[in-house]
Design a protein around this ligand. Structure first.
Ligand SMILES: Cc1ncc(COP(=O)(O)O)c(C=O)c1O
Length: 399
Protein backbone atom coordinates (compact mmCIF):
# COMPACT_ATOMS: atom_id res chain seq x y z
CA UNK A 1 0.00 0.00 0.00
CA UNK A 2 1.30 3.53 -0.69
CA UNK A 3 2.64 5.11 2.52
CA UNK A 4 -0.17 7.64 3.08
CA UNK A 5 0.00 10.23 5.89
CA UNK A 6 -1.55 9.36 9.26
CA UNK A 7 -4.12 12.12 8.77
CA UNK A 8 -5.31 10.65 5.47
CA UNK A 9 -5.38 7.11 6.83
CA UNK A 10 -7.80 8.30 9.51
CA UNK A 11 -10.32 9.47 6.85
CA UNK A 12 -12.95 6.83 6.09
CA UNK A 13 -15.89 6.53 3.74
CA UNK A 14 -18.88 5.68 5.88
CA UNK A 15 -21.57 3.07 5.32
CA UNK A 16 -23.97 5.98 5.03
CA UNK A 17 -21.99 7.63 2.26
CA UNK A 18 -21.96 4.34 0.40
CA UNK A 19 -25.73 4.09 0.75
CA UNK A 20 -26.03 7.65 -0.55
CA UNK A 21 -24.57 6.51 -3.85
CA UNK A 22 -27.61 4.25 -4.19
CA UNK A 23 -29.81 7.17 -3.28
CA UNK A 24 -28.80 9.22 -6.30
CA UNK A 25 -31.10 7.12 -8.52
CA UNK A 26 -33.54 9.49 -10.29
CA UNK A 27 -36.62 7.57 -9.10
CA UNK A 28 -35.75 8.18 -5.43
CA UNK A 29 -37.17 11.26 -3.67
CA UNK A 30 -34.15 12.64 -1.89
CA UNK A 31 -34.42 14.59 1.35
CA UNK A 32 -30.69 14.00 1.79
CA UNK A 33 -28.82 16.76 -0.01
CA UNK A 34 -28.23 20.15 1.56
CA UNK A 35 -28.28 21.75 -1.84
CA UNK A 36 -30.49 24.44 -3.35
CA UNK A 37 -33.11 23.34 -5.88
CA UNK A 38 -31.71 23.39 -9.45
CA UNK A 39 -34.94 24.99 -10.64
CA UNK A 40 -34.21 28.02 -8.43
CA UNK A 41 -30.83 29.10 -9.86
CA UNK A 42 -30.82 32.56 -11.53
CA UNK A 43 -29.53 31.19 -14.84
CA UNK A 44 -30.96 33.85 -17.17
CA UNK A 45 -30.04 36.76 -14.91
CA UNK A 46 -26.41 35.59 -14.70
CA UNK A 47 -26.24 34.96 -18.46
CA UNK A 48 -27.43 38.50 -19.12
CA UNK A 49 -25.04 39.96 -16.56
CA UNK A 50 -22.06 38.20 -18.09
CA UNK A 51 -23.15 39.20 -21.61
CA UNK A 52 -23.28 42.83 -20.52
CA UNK A 53 -19.71 42.97 -19.17
CA UNK A 54 -16.95 44.72 -21.13
CA UNK A 55 -14.28 42.65 -22.89
CA UNK A 56 -11.54 43.48 -20.35
CA UNK A 57 -13.64 42.18 -17.45
CA UNK A 58 -14.55 39.05 -19.41
CA UNK A 59 -10.88 38.41 -20.13
CA UNK A 60 -9.99 38.93 -16.46
CA UNK A 61 -12.58 36.27 -15.65
CA UNK A 62 -10.39 33.70 -17.45
CA UNK A 63 -7.22 34.85 -15.68
CA UNK A 64 -5.57 34.06 -12.32
CA UNK A 65 -6.48 36.58 -9.64
CA UNK A 66 -5.00 37.82 -6.36
CA UNK A 67 -5.07 35.31 -3.47
CA UNK A 68 -7.41 37.35 -1.22
CA UNK A 69 -9.96 37.75 -4.04
CA UNK A 70 -10.70 40.08 -6.96
CA UNK A 71 -10.60 43.65 -5.63
CA UNK A 72 -13.91 44.49 -7.25
CA UNK A 73 -15.66 41.55 -5.51
CA UNK A 74 -13.99 42.38 -2.20
CA UNK A 75 -15.47 45.87 -2.54
CA UNK A 76 -19.01 44.83 -3.51
CA UNK A 77 -19.08 42.00 -0.97
CA UNK A 78 -17.94 44.42 1.74
CA UNK A 79 -21.04 46.51 0.99
CA UNK A 80 -23.25 43.40 1.19
CA UNK A 81 -21.74 42.39 4.55
CA UNK A 82 -21.86 45.92 5.98
CA UNK A 83 -25.62 45.87 5.44
CA UNK A 84 -25.72 42.98 7.93
CA UNK A 85 -23.82 45.15 10.41
CA UNK A 86 -20.55 43.24 10.06
CA UNK A 87 -17.41 45.19 11.02
CA UNK A 88 -15.75 44.90 7.62
CA UNK A 89 -13.44 47.91 8.03
CA UNK A 90 -11.98 46.70 11.34
CA UNK A 91 -11.29 43.20 9.89
CA UNK A 92 -9.95 41.67 6.68
CA UNK A 93 -12.03 39.88 4.08
CA UNK A 94 -10.69 36.80 2.29
CA UNK A 95 -12.53 35.15 -0.61
CA UNK A 96 -12.40 31.35 -0.32
CA UNK A 97 -13.23 28.45 -2.63
CA UNK A 98 -16.52 27.72 -0.87
CA UNK A 99 -16.77 28.29 2.85
CA UNK A 100 -15.60 24.68 3.15
CA UNK A 101 -12.15 25.94 2.15
CA UNK A 102 -12.44 28.62 4.84
CA UNK A 103 -12.98 25.91 7.44
CA UNK A 104 -10.04 23.88 6.12
CA UNK A 105 -7.79 26.93 6.17
CA UNK A 106 -8.77 27.78 9.75
CA UNK A 107 -8.20 24.16 10.75
CA UNK A 108 -4.71 24.30 9.28
CA UNK A 109 -4.04 27.66 10.90
CA UNK A 110 -4.81 26.48 14.43
CA UNK A 111 -4.72 22.70 14.80
CA UNK A 112 -1.71 20.54 15.55
CA UNK A 113 -2.30 16.77 15.79
CA UNK A 114 -4.06 15.97 19.07
CA UNK A 115 -5.34 19.51 19.71
CA UNK A 116 -8.87 19.80 21.04
CA UNK A 117 -11.57 21.49 18.98
CA UNK A 118 -14.92 22.17 20.61
CA UNK A 119 -17.87 21.43 18.33
CA UNK A 120 -21.63 21.18 18.53
CA UNK A 121 -23.26 17.78 18.46
CA UNK A 122 -24.73 17.23 15.97
CA UNK A 123 -22.28 19.11 13.76
CA UNK A 124 -21.86 20.01 10.06
CA UNK A 125 -19.99 17.07 8.52
CA UNK A 126 -17.73 19.28 6.38
CA UNK A 127 -16.39 21.00 9.47
CA UNK A 128 -15.82 17.64 11.18
CA UNK A 129 -13.85 16.45 8.13
CA UNK A 130 -11.76 19.62 8.04
CA UNK A 131 -10.84 19.26 11.73
CA UNK A 132 -10.28 15.50 11.45
CA UNK A 133 -7.97 16.00 8.47
CA UNK A 134 -5.71 17.99 10.84
CA UNK A 135 -5.94 15.20 13.44
CA UNK A 136 -7.95 17.25 15.94
CA UNK A 137 -9.52 15.67 19.02
CA UNK A 138 -13.18 16.62 18.73
CA UNK A 139 -14.95 17.54 21.95
CA UNK A 140 -18.71 17.37 21.39
CA UNK A 141 -20.98 19.78 23.22
CA UNK A 142 -24.73 19.18 23.00
CA UNK A 143 -27.32 21.59 21.65
CA UNK A 144 -30.59 22.24 23.45
CA UNK A 145 -33.58 24.16 22.06
CA UNK A 146 -31.76 27.51 22.37
CA UNK A 147 -28.23 26.72 21.22
CA UNK A 148 -25.03 25.27 22.62
CA UNK A 149 -25.26 24.09 26.24
CA UNK A 150 -23.37 26.75 28.23
CA UNK A 151 -23.06 24.51 31.25
CA UNK A 152 -21.31 21.82 29.19
CA UNK A 153 -19.17 24.38 27.39
CA UNK A 154 -17.94 25.79 30.71
CA UNK A 155 -17.24 22.30 32.03
CA UNK A 156 -15.25 21.28 28.93
CA UNK A 157 -13.27 24.50 28.89
CA UNK A 158 -12.37 24.03 32.56
CA UNK A 159 -11.36 20.39 32.06
CA UNK A 160 -9.46 20.94 28.85
CA UNK A 161 -7.59 24.17 28.95
CA UNK A 162 -5.88 23.26 25.69
CA UNK A 163 -9.03 23.74 23.56
CA UNK A 164 -7.84 25.49 20.42
CA UNK A 165 -11.08 26.50 18.68
CA UNK A 166 -14.84 26.56 19.07
CA UNK A 167 -16.90 25.97 15.91
CA UNK A 168 -20.57 27.03 15.80
CA UNK A 169 -23.37 27.31 13.24
CA UNK A 170 -25.86 29.47 15.17
CA UNK A 171 -28.17 30.41 12.29
CA UNK A 172 -30.36 27.59 10.92
CA UNK A 173 -27.96 24.92 11.96
CA UNK A 174 -26.92 22.10 9.67
CA UNK A 175 -28.22 19.51 10.53
CA UNK A 176 -30.28 20.55 13.60
CA UNK A 177 -32.19 23.39 11.88
CA UNK A 178 -31.83 25.47 15.05
CA UNK A 179 -31.63 29.25 15.33
CA UNK A 180 -29.78 30.30 18.50
CA UNK A 181 -31.63 32.68 20.81
CA UNK A 182 -30.17 36.15 21.47
CA UNK A 183 -29.84 35.23 25.16
CA UNK A 184 -27.80 32.11 24.38
CA UNK A 185 -25.46 34.14 22.19
CA UNK A 186 -25.06 36.64 25.04
CA UNK A 187 -24.16 33.81 27.44
CA UNK A 188 -21.73 32.37 24.92
CA UNK A 189 -19.97 35.68 24.53
CA UNK A 190 -19.69 36.02 28.31
CA UNK A 191 -18.24 32.50 28.59
CA UNK A 192 -15.67 33.00 25.84
CA UNK A 193 -14.44 36.48 26.69
CA UNK A 194 -10.78 36.46 27.69
CA UNK A 195 -10.43 32.67 27.19
CA UNK A 196 -8.12 32.67 24.17
CA UNK A 197 -10.34 30.24 22.25
CA UNK A 198 -11.05 31.69 18.79
CA UNK A 199 -14.65 31.24 17.66
CA UNK A 200 -15.46 30.07 14.13
CA UNK A 201 -18.92 31.48 13.43
CA UNK A 202 -20.32 29.69 10.35
CA UNK A 203 -23.15 31.71 8.81
CA UNK A 204 -23.91 29.74 5.65
CA UNK A 205 -27.71 30.02 6.00
CA UNK A 206 -28.45 33.26 7.91
CA UNK A 207 -29.92 35.05 4.86
CA UNK A 208 -32.57 32.37 4.45
CA UNK A 209 -34.87 33.40 7.32
CA UNK A 210 -38.63 32.94 7.05
CA UNK A 211 -39.78 35.50 9.62
CA UNK A 212 -38.95 39.23 9.75
CA UNK A 213 -39.21 39.11 13.54
CA UNK A 214 -36.06 36.92 13.65
CA UNK A 215 -33.84 39.61 12.12
CA UNK A 216 -32.43 40.67 15.49
CA UNK A 217 -31.68 37.05 16.46
CA UNK A 218 -29.72 36.70 13.22
CA UNK A 219 -27.23 39.40 14.09
CA UNK A 220 -23.88 37.59 13.93
CA UNK A 221 -21.65 37.51 17.00
CA UNK A 222 -19.07 39.01 14.64
CA UNK A 223 -21.41 41.98 14.19
CA UNK A 224 -21.88 42.32 17.94
CA UNK A 225 -18.07 42.62 17.89
CA UNK A 226 -17.47 41.53 21.49
CA UNK A 227 -14.20 42.44 23.16
CA UNK A 228 -11.81 39.66 24.11
CA UNK A 229 -12.95 37.08 21.50
CA UNK A 230 -11.29 36.45 18.16
CA UNK A 231 -14.27 35.78 15.89
CA UNK A 232 -13.55 34.13 12.53
CA UNK A 233 -16.74 34.61 10.53
CA UNK A 234 -17.41 32.42 7.48
CA UNK A 235 -20.06 32.87 4.80
CA UNK A 236 -20.90 31.50 1.37
CA UNK A 237 -22.51 32.22 -1.99
CA UNK A 238 -23.57 28.57 -2.11
CA UNK A 239 -27.06 28.96 -0.66
CA UNK A 240 -27.77 32.47 -1.99
CA UNK A 241 -26.53 32.11 -5.57
CA UNK A 242 -25.18 28.60 -6.27
CA UNK A 243 -22.70 26.10 -4.81
CA UNK A 244 -21.28 25.52 -8.31
CA UNK A 245 -19.61 28.92 -8.09
CA UNK A 246 -17.45 27.53 -5.26
CA UNK A 247 -17.20 30.88 -3.54
CA UNK A 248 -17.28 31.75 0.11
CA UNK A 249 -15.59 34.27 2.37
CA UNK A 250 -14.04 34.79 5.76
CA UNK A 251 -14.04 37.98 7.80
CA UNK A 252 -11.04 37.78 10.10
CA UNK A 253 -9.00 39.74 12.60
CA UNK A 254 -5.82 41.05 10.91
CA UNK A 255 -3.34 38.65 12.55
CA UNK A 256 -5.41 35.55 11.71
CA UNK A 257 -6.04 36.85 8.19
CA UNK A 258 -2.29 37.10 7.49
CA UNK A 259 -1.76 33.41 8.27
CA UNK A 260 -4.90 32.33 6.40
CA UNK A 261 -3.84 34.20 3.27
CA UNK A 262 -0.53 32.31 3.30
CA UNK A 263 -2.34 28.98 3.72
CA UNK A 264 -4.70 29.79 0.88
CA UNK A 265 -1.76 30.66 -1.34
CA UNK A 266 -0.43 27.14 -0.88
CA UNK A 267 -3.87 25.56 -1.27
CA UNK A 268 -5.09 27.00 -4.57
CA UNK A 269 -3.41 30.38 -5.19
CA UNK A 270 -6.80 31.99 -5.82
CA UNK A 271 -10.49 31.17 -6.00
CA UNK A 272 -12.03 31.00 -9.50
CA UNK A 273 -11.89 34.44 -11.14
CA UNK A 274 -14.73 33.47 -13.45
CA UNK A 275 -17.28 33.01 -10.70
CA UNK A 276 -15.92 35.97 -8.73
CA UNK A 277 -16.71 38.16 -11.73
CA UNK A 278 -20.23 36.71 -11.85
CA UNK A 279 -20.82 37.11 -8.11
CA UNK A 280 -19.56 40.69 -8.26
CA UNK A 281 -21.90 41.54 -11.15
CA UNK A 282 -24.79 39.89 -9.29
CA UNK A 283 -24.19 42.02 -6.19
CA UNK A 284 -23.57 45.27 -8.10
CA UNK A 285 -26.75 44.86 -10.15
CA UNK A 286 -28.69 44.66 -6.87
CA UNK A 287 -30.26 41.40 -8.05
CA UNK A 288 -28.73 39.48 -5.15
CA UNK A 289 -31.24 41.14 -2.80
CA UNK A 290 -34.35 40.35 -4.88
CA UNK A 291 -33.04 36.84 -5.57
CA UNK A 292 -32.48 36.09 -1.88
CA UNK A 293 -35.98 37.41 -1.17
CA UNK A 294 -37.46 35.05 -3.78
CA UNK A 295 -35.63 31.92 -2.60
CA UNK A 296 -36.45 32.75 1.00
CA UNK A 297 -40.16 32.66 0.09
CA UNK A 298 -39.77 29.44 -1.88
CA UNK A 299 -37.89 27.65 0.92
CA UNK A 300 -40.52 28.85 3.38
CA UNK A 301 -43.20 27.29 1.15
CA UNK A 302 -41.25 24.01 0.92
CA UNK A 303 -40.65 23.97 4.68
CA UNK A 304 -44.36 24.52 5.31
CA UNK A 305 -45.18 21.57 3.01
CA UNK A 306 -42.79 19.36 4.94
CA UNK A 307 -44.12 20.49 8.32
CA UNK A 308 -47.70 19.74 7.17
CA UNK A 309 -46.71 16.28 5.90
CA UNK A 310 -44.76 15.45 9.08
CA UNK A 311 -47.72 16.54 11.25
CA UNK A 312 -50.00 14.30 9.27
CA UNK A 313 -47.83 11.20 8.95
CA UNK A 314 -45.22 10.91 11.72
CA UNK A 315 -45.87 8.80 14.78
CA UNK A 316 -46.25 10.87 17.95
CA UNK A 317 -43.05 9.57 19.50
CA UNK A 318 -40.91 11.38 16.91
CA UNK A 319 -39.74 14.85 18.05
CA UNK A 320 -38.73 17.52 15.52
CA UNK A 321 -38.10 21.23 15.10
CA UNK A 322 -40.28 23.60 13.10
CA UNK A 323 -37.82 25.43 10.86
CA UNK A 324 -37.57 29.23 10.99
CA UNK A 325 -35.19 29.33 8.02
CA UNK A 326 -32.45 27.38 6.27
CA UNK A 327 -32.81 23.93 4.74
CA UNK A 328 -33.31 21.31 7.48
CA UNK A 329 -35.63 19.50 9.86
CA UNK A 330 -34.03 17.27 12.50
CA UNK A 331 -36.00 14.28 13.74
CA UNK A 332 -35.28 12.65 17.09
CA UNK A 333 -36.50 9.07 17.43
CA UNK A 334 -36.86 7.01 20.59
CA UNK A 335 -33.66 5.83 22.34
CA UNK A 336 -32.22 2.76 20.64
CA UNK A 337 -33.76 3.49 17.22
CA UNK A 338 -31.45 2.93 14.24
CA UNK A 339 -31.76 5.62 11.56
CA UNK A 340 -29.55 3.65 9.14
CA UNK A 341 -31.99 0.76 9.31
CA UNK A 342 -34.87 3.19 8.72
CA UNK A 343 -32.96 4.67 5.80
CA UNK A 344 -32.60 1.26 4.14
CA UNK A 345 -36.36 0.69 4.51
CA UNK A 346 -37.14 4.18 3.16
CA UNK A 347 -34.86 3.55 0.17
CA UNK A 348 -36.87 0.42 -0.69
CA UNK A 349 -39.99 2.61 -0.61
CA UNK A 350 -38.37 5.30 -2.79
CA UNK A 351 -37.21 8.06 -0.41
CA UNK A 352 -33.99 8.89 1.36
CA UNK A 353 -32.54 11.19 4.06
CA UNK A 354 -29.33 11.34 6.08
CA UNK A 355 -28.97 9.23 9.24
CA UNK A 356 -28.05 11.24 12.33
CA UNK A 357 -24.80 9.48 13.18
CA UNK A 358 -23.22 11.07 10.09
CA UNK A 359 -23.17 14.32 12.06
CA UNK A 360 -21.86 12.85 15.31
CA UNK A 361 -18.42 14.22 16.23
CA UNK A 362 -17.85 10.98 18.11
CA UNK A 363 -17.26 8.59 15.19
CA UNK A 364 -17.23 5.56 17.50
CA UNK A 365 -20.64 6.34 19.02
CA UNK A 366 -23.33 3.70 18.52
CA UNK A 367 -26.16 6.24 18.96
CA UNK A 368 -28.13 6.71 15.79
CA UNK A 369 -31.65 7.74 16.83
CA UNK A 370 -31.92 10.90 14.77
CA UNK A 371 -32.09 11.89 11.13
CA UNK A 372 -31.93 14.96 8.90
CA UNK A 373 -34.54 15.85 6.31
CA UNK A 374 -33.85 18.62 3.76
CA UNK A 375 -36.83 20.34 2.20
CA UNK A 376 -34.79 22.68 -0.01
CA UNK A 377 -34.46 20.48 -3.06
CA UNK A 378 -38.03 19.21 -3.56
CA UNK A 379 -41.32 20.71 -4.63
CA UNK A 380 -44.25 20.62 -2.16
CA UNK A 381 -45.74 17.82 -4.31
CA UNK A 382 -42.59 15.67 -4.03
CA UNK A 383 -42.49 16.37 -0.29
CA UNK A 384 -46.13 15.26 0.08
CA UNK A 385 -45.25 12.04 -1.77
CA UNK A 386 -41.97 11.29 0.02
CA UNK A 387 -42.75 11.98 3.68
CA UNK A 388 -45.30 9.14 4.05
CA UNK A 389 -42.54 6.76 2.82
CA UNK A 390 -40.20 8.01 5.54
CA UNK A 391 -42.98 7.80 8.14
CA UNK A 392 -43.77 4.21 7.09
CA UNK A 393 -40.11 3.24 7.39
CA UNK A 394 -39.98 4.73 10.89
CA UNK A 395 -43.10 2.77 11.93
CA UNK A 396 -41.73 -0.46 10.48
CA UNK A 397 -38.44 -0.05 12.33
CA UNK A 398 -39.58 1.49 15.63
CA UNK A 399 -43.12 0.19 15.89
C1 LIG B 1 -23.01 24.87 7.88
C2 LIG B 1 -22.30 24.83 6.58
N1 LIG B 1 -21.13 25.45 6.47
C3 LIG B 1 -20.43 25.43 5.33
C4 LIG B 1 -20.89 24.76 4.23
C5 LIG B 1 -20.00 24.70 3.02
O1 LIG B 1 -20.55 25.33 1.95
P1 LIG B 1 -19.69 25.80 0.70
O2 LIG B 1 -18.34 25.21 0.78
O3 LIG B 1 -20.47 25.34 -0.46
O4 LIG B 1 -19.65 27.29 0.83
C6 LIG B 1 -22.12 24.09 4.28
C7 LIG B 1 -22.61 23.33 3.12
O5 LIG B 1 -23.57 22.63 3.14
C8 LIG B 1 -22.84 24.13 5.49
O6 LIG B 1 -24.00 23.48 5.63
Amino acid sequence: MPRFSKAVLSLRSSEIRDLMTLASRPDIISFAGGMPGNDLFPVTAVEELFGGLDLKTKQAAFQYGPTPGLPTLLESLSGFLEKKGLPVKENRLLITTGSQQGLSILARAFIDPGDTVLVETPCFIGALSAFRACEAELMAIPLDGEGLSIERLEREIDIDERAKLLYLTPYFHNPAGLLYTAERKRQLIETLQGRDIPLIEDDAYGDLYFFEEDRQRLKPIKAINPEGIEVCYTGSFSKILGPGLRLGWMLLPEEIYAKCELIKQSADACSPSFTQVLADAFIRSGQIYSYIESVRLEYKRRAAAMVAALREHLPEYVKWNEPRGGFYIWLTLPEGADATDIMKLALQGGAVFVAGKTFDPDASSKRNNSLRLSYCNNTPEQIAEGIPIVADAIRKSCG
